[in-house]
Write a protein that binds this ligand. Structure first.
Ligand SMILES: NC(=O)c1ccc[n+]([C@@H]2O[C@H](COP(=O)([O-])OP(=O)(O)OC[C@H]3O[C@@H](n4cnc5c(N)ncnc54)[C@H](O)[C@@H]3O)[C@@H](O)[C@H]2O)c1
Length: 245
């Protein structure tokens, strides 16, 4: 499905990005895996045709240099993100301003930086596809997670706006909106910081469980492939029916 595609994945050291690396590799892609966590090297080493770079997505010079080091770019899965406060939930009145700034810096400014760096190469290649990881919290409010929800609403705004700018150049831009996903963000941080949240998270998905990271990565693979050739500016919920309620 992704043969001969050169695809960049951010946040590839863990969770959804790591699962995407395996799945995109199985579909034939050549990968550039980016993360600020050096475990991204191990992920690249375990796969055929995968290169890695350690960088923060808010560092525009580093991101531009990584893209320049890659022979070409046909696609990107802009997936790196943070939940803020190590998964703890706090109302806006108690939420530290510095943490709000950090969440927005990574989830919004970091995505902005990647999109800006990726688009010229994709357009120069005559087309391609980008998928951004938002969240169902890009559609819904979330008590205790206002900064995160605001950042994911912004991911959808960026996705839709940039899809319009990129369409004349043959570049499609879409977003996946996961519900709760079994990754370290949730199982090692969110569930530990919020007792009882694991059962609650499963119960709000009509399918009765949280997602596996691979289920989100498969949706991203489809949006990056030619099989979704007339889909752009779309927000695809991968949420077990949560947002249908
Ligand atoms: N897990 C969930 O329930 C869930 C639900 C909806 C959306 N998401 C989104 O999915 C994406 C992936 O999350 P995950 O669950 O796999 O989490 P994760 O914490 O397991 O993985 C996120 C990866 O992103 C990297 N990263 C974070 N900030 C970075 C930065 N500034 N520069 C470079 N790399 C950075 C981390 O080092 C980590 O490897 C995020 O955008 C997250 O908001 C997750």
């Amino acid at each position: 499905m992704l043969e001969n595609r050169h695809i960049m994945i951010t946040g590839a050291a863990s969770g959804i990005g790591k699962a995407a690396a395996s799945i995109f590799a199985a579909y034939g892609a050549t990968l550039m895996l980016v993360d600020r966590d050096d475990r991204v090297r191990d992920v690249a080493d375990s796969l055929p045709d995968a290169h890695s770079a350690i960088a923060d997505i808010t560092d525009s010079a580093a991101i531009a240099a990584i893209i320049a080091s890659f022979p070409k770019i046909d696609g990107a899965f802009n997936n790196a993100g943070i939940e803020g406060l190590g998964g703890a939930m706090l109302p806006i009145t108690e939420y530290p301003d510095e943490e709000y700034e950090r969440v927005m810096a990574v989830n919004v400014r970091g995505l902005w930086t990647c999109l800006k760096a990726q688009l010229p190469g994709l357009q120069a290649n005559g087309g391609g596809a980008i998928v951004n990881t938002a969240s169902v919290m890009g559609w819904l409010g979330a008590a205790g997670m206002a900064a995160y929800a605001a950042s994911k609403h912004a991911v959808i705004g960026l996705t839709r706006s940039v899809s319009l700018e990129a369409a004349p150049h043959g570049v499609r831009v879409n977003a996946v909106l996961p519900g709760a996903v079994e990754t370290p963000m949730l199982t090692e941080r969110g569930f530990k910081a919020n007792p009882g949240f694991a059962d609650f998270a499963a119960s709000v998905h009509p399918l009765g469980r949280i997602a596996r990271a691979e289920e989100v990565a498969e949706a991203a693979a489809w949006l990056l492939s030619a099989k979704s050739s007339f889909v752009t500016g779309h927000t695809l919920a991968v949420d077990g029916g949560m947002s249908a309620q």
